[in-house]
Ligand binder design. Structure first.
Ligand SMILES: *Cc1c(COP(=O)(O)O)cnc(C)c1O
Length: 343
């Protein structure tokens, strides 16, 4: 199987497995796990924030951010296809008791002028705008990089209105690699950020939530309330440290593979690549074959290729560490076979 469903399916490397085996551990709820401390300190420094918290997943990191920034009845502003709105099982409503107000973006980017118009005035009828969430890279926009300039314009407005900005940076490492900019160029334009270590970087488990000291102290308490206070968690922090420090530079390889894949897909009659491929995600419209994404994905499995549906006629392919250039070329010939069977 050539598995292009997601960059979450990567298996830990030998170095990660060895690090897990040899990890120095302690009870992290007592603040005594040296492997977790090392990971959190390194992540905070890389992200240019005062402090960082190791959390079990990207979703948990985002939810803790909303819980820590907001109070029940607040309204949060987010792009209409953002992960926090689209893919987190309604958790911000269920857990934080906030209401969401979504804004249509352009390739995942919110127009700063639109955003400013959505911020609530001080009026007893209105909820208070408690948080602005951005997503970089933007998953449903096909791994699009949100430009630093766009983030800066939004942060400027947010500061003027004293509203915090949280970045869902599940794939922020991809944004940095694709633009050849340091992570801090992006993270300077927000108060808090969540990054996934278990996607393109290949850690088996874990995300980082970073921000100011007092914010992280409160976030740590929310993590505990959610049952995310873990004990000898150095076992997973040690491989996550390797992901964070050794796997970032190879992301451009995934991006190159995605470009090769997109070019090949674009040459197949009946298929249309709908996103401008900047990172590791390729979104393909199969409506030219008079089929649905469900049917197409089923057919792909028959020739040993896996992908996910991304809408009625859209299919998402994601490149990652466990897919070589040779796999990409093999996947393309398999897909060619499938497409000819539709004609
Ligand atoms: C995957 C993802 C998350 C959530 O991460 P999990 O570890 O799967 O909970 C959040 N935001 C974006 C943009 C993602 O792609």
């Amino acid at each position: 199987m050539i598995d292009l469903r997601s960059d979450t399916i990567t298996k830990p490397t030998e170095a990660m497995r060895k690090a897990a085996y040899e990890a120095e551990v302690g009870d992290d709820v007592y603040g005594e796990d040296p492997s977790v401390k090392k990971l959190e300190e390194t992540a905070a420094a890389l992200l240019g924030k005062d402090d960082a918290l190791f959390v079990t997943s990207g979703t948990q990191g985002n939810q803790i951010a909303v819980l820590t920034h907001c109070r029940p009845s607040n309204e949060i502003l987010l792009e209409e296809n953002s992960h926090i709105f689209y893919y987190e099982s309604g958790a911000v409503a269920a857990l934080a008791g906030v209401q969401t107000r979504t804004i249509a973006g352009n390739r995942g980017a919110i127009n700063p002028l639109d955003l400013e118009a959505y911020i609530r005035a001080d009026d007893q009828h209105f909820p208070e705008t408690g948080l602005i969430c951005l997503e970089n890279t933007h998953n449903r926009a096909g791994g699009a990089v949100i430009p630093v300039e766009n983030m800066a314009a939004i942060y400027e407005i947010a500061k003027r209105h004293q509203i915090p900005v949280h970045v869902d940076g599940a794939r922020l490492f991809n944004a940095a690699a694709a633009t050849n900019r340091p992570l801090t160029d992006f993270t300077e334009q927000c108060d808090t950020v969540q990054v996934c270590l278990s996607k393109g970087l290949g850690a088996p488990v874990g995300s980082i939530l970073a921000g100011p000291k007092d914010f992280i102290a409160n976030a740590r308490k929310w993590r505990k309330r959610l049952g995310g206070g873990l004990r000898q968690v150095g076992i997973i922090a040690a491989p996550a440290y390797i992901a964070l420090t050794e796997m970032r530079n190879r992301l451009t390889e995934d991006h190159n593979h995605a470009k090769i894949f997109a070019e090949g897909m674009g040459n197949i009659t009946g298929l249309k690549v709908v996103n401008e491929v900047e990172t590791n995600i390729v979104v393909v419209d199969v409506s030219g074959l008079n089929t649905t994404s469900d049917e197409f994905v089923d057919q792909l499995r028959q020739v040993g290729v896996q992908a996910v549906t991304f809408g009625r006629t859209l299919v998402r392919f994601t490149t990652h560490f466990d897919v070589s250039k040779d796999d990409i070329l093999k996947a393309l010939s398999g897909i060619n076979l499938v497409v000819s069977s539709f004609k």
